[in-house]
Design a protein around this ligand. Structure first.
Ligand SMILES: Cc1cc2nc3c(=O)[nH]c(=O)nc-3n(C[C@H](O)[C@H](O)[C@H](O)COP(=O)(O)O)c2cc1C
Length: 212
């Protein structure tokens, strides 16, 4: 594979300081809408980066499940590696990449646990098999084999039979309150557009253009 010689032109640069929304949230929502309209697979997938207590970073994909002025919401296992990282340092980075549109968005912020009521509300909307797997999987722990996981899943199926599946205590979600957004749009001749929004107060943001 000749990685060093693989390249393509980026054609869509049109991210203007004057035309961009003064608030990064509607700007992100419009890009999300456009990614969905372009039928990009998992357009709501974002890379979540955390650091552990030694300062070692980790990244993984999670799905954006809610977004409003308070922040960006995702759900996960509260005993997972990412949850452990967040418990020692709740500064995180979220990253969307819509490569077919030559776009990426970086969101830096602070992650806070959602209330049990909010988590339960979402948990009840999940398909039954996803609710069962939330019980069956001790996310990020070592598993002796896939068979063990299947056994745990079958045990949970038996345990709850046809009844309601309660919210596991180890399952929850986070809201990331953003403090900085960066929107990137690829341009001709590598002259890309980069707009950075920095939070000035609850509802006020500064916007600057960065060199690509
Ligand atoms: C497309 C995609 C979507 C995913 N969505 C989630 C999610 O919403 N929540 C989650 O906990 N893990 C999700 N995962 C799995 C995570 O990337 C990761 O493997 C898992 O959360 C364990 O991460 P950790 O050990 O760093 O805590 C997703 C993976 C992919 C590829």
């Amino acid at each position: 594979m000749d990685l060093a010689n693989q390249r393509r032109e980026y054609r869509y640069a049109n991210l203007d300081l004057e035309q961009a929304n003064k608030d990064p949230l509607p700007q992100l929502l419009s890009w999300l809408d456009q990614a969905q309209a372009a039928q990009i697979v998992d357009a709501s997938a974002m890379t979540l980066s955390t650091v552990d207590e030694q300062g070692m970073p980790s990244s993984r994909t999670v799905l954006l499940k809610g977004i409003d002025q308070k922040g960006l919401v995702f759900y996960t296992n509260l005993a997972s590696s990412k949850a452990k990282d967040i418990s020692v340092n709740n500064q995180v980075c979220l990253h969307f990449a819509w490569l077919q549109q030559d776009r990426q968005v970086r969101v830096q912020g602070v992650a806070n646990r959602l209330s049990t009521t909010q988590v339960l509300h979402y948990f009840l909307t999940r398909p039954r098999n996803s609710q069962l797997s939330a019980w069956a999987s001790e996310q990020s722990r070592v598993l002796q084999s896939r068979e063990v996981l299947i056994q745990q899943y079958e045990q949970m199926k038996q345990k709850f039979k046809d009844g309601k599946i309660p919210l596991p205590a180890h399952w929850g979600g986070y809201c990331v309150t953003p403090i900085r957004f960066e929107f990137w749009q690829g341009g001709n001749d590598r002259l890309h557009d980069r707009l950075v929004y920095r939070r000035q107060s609850d509802h006020a943001w500064s916007i600057e253009r960065l060199a690509p």
